[in-house]
Design a protein around this ligand. Structure first.
Ligand code: R5P
Length: 312
């Protein structure tokens, strides 16, 4: 393999996404095997040597912990085999929601995970990270990071599959993506107010019948986890006279029972991006990711701590 050759490798369920990225000319694909020992420990083996390559590992972080450990172990093994640069593509970047101490004594896990990943990788590419109280990943990541937005692919799906849509953001944080997707769809949008009582009790308010009556409501959020945020808004939109309501998320984490909850709420369809694989992952972000790693050219010598040419 030529030194500095750009390659991607997908870990576990991210193998499909990595293969799609490698359809773009200029990106090679390496195979890495990962599995579990009977006691649950991670095993990783490079089936083709990453020696000399500029490698982007594509990880799968829903659920997060096993995927994170797999990525660290595979990255170290790649480096031991001579990879000149090891970056992480985290299509969904976990551990961002605990971005402060909400109660005394709580761990701010976002900082811990960022510190560990920054030690093991030379660069980071991700899609729509949950930046709420942090304004930029550089507040906690010390490696170059690049943030991509799925607004284009999401707008493509909404335009093709809905008619006379109104986009609804369930909380103030969602304004950033809802407004951009709505502009691309040339559709109106509204943003609600959300009060979270617990991880499974959440109330969004402020939707008016005039916003949704006779329209197809598209509820758009960055993450669908327990499904309670989306389910509440879908129910409200239908109750207020929307013709249909779609639950659309960037990252479909789907805690147990979440899909059932959305179905019971009356969602006409539940759709997410393939940042997390699964039956709802209908919106493809592989080209966005491929472009990002292609654009990432080293400024000087590659190697540990070399700048990835990414911006936050
Ligand atoms: C949080 O603020 C996020 O933007 C989502 O609204 C949230 O993670 C959704 O969680 P759930 O599906 O558990 O209501």
């Amino acid at each position: 393999m030529a030194t500095g050759h750009l390659v991607v490798a997908g870990l576990g369920k991210a193998a499909g996404l990595a293969a799609r990225m490698a359809r773009v000319p200029g990106i090679g694909l390496l195979a890495v095997e990962t599995r579990r020992f009977p006691d649950g420990e991670c095993y990783a083996r490079w089936l083709q040597s990453p020696g000399g390559a500029r490698l982007w590992l594509v990880g799968q972080f829903a659920p997060p912990d096993a995927g994170l450990l797999e990525a660290l172990i595979a990255a170290d093994a790649a480096r031991e085999q001579g990879a000149g640069f090891v970056g992480l593509v985290a299509p969904y970047l976990p551990y961002l929601r605990q971005d402060r101490q909400f109660k005394p004594g709580e761990a701010v896990s976002s900082r811990t995970v960022a510190a560990v990943l920054s030690r093991h990788f030379d660069g980071l590419v991700t899609v729509d990270p949950h930046l709420h109280r942090y304004k930029s990943l550089s507040e906690i990541y010390s490696i170059p990071s690049r943030v991509l937005h799925a607004v284009g692919p999401l707008a493509g799906w909404i335009t093709a599959r809905t008619s006379n849509p109104v986009l609804i953001g369930p909380d103030s944080e969602s304004r950033q993506w809802v407004s951009r997707v709505a502009a691309l769809c040339k559709a109106p949008f509204t943003v609600m107010r959300k009060k979270r009582v617990s991880s499974v009790e959440v109330h969004s308010s402020g939707l008016r019948a005039a916003d949704v009556r006779g329209r197809e409501a598209v509820v758009l959020d960055d993450i669908i986890s327990s499904g309670h945020t989306m389910a509440g808004v879908v129910e409200a939109a239908l109750h207020l006279g929307a013709r249909k309501a779609f639950a659309v998320g960037v990252h479909g984490l789907f805690a147990p029972g979440a899909r059932k909850l959305l179905k019971q709420a009356g969602a006409a369809a539940v759709v997410t991006c393939n940042t997390v694989p699964g039956p709802t992952a209908k919106v493809d972000v592989s080209e966005l990711l491929a472009e990002a790693v292609l654009q990432d050219q080293p400024r000087a010598a590659t190697g540990r701590r070399a700048r990835a040419g990414c911006t936050t």
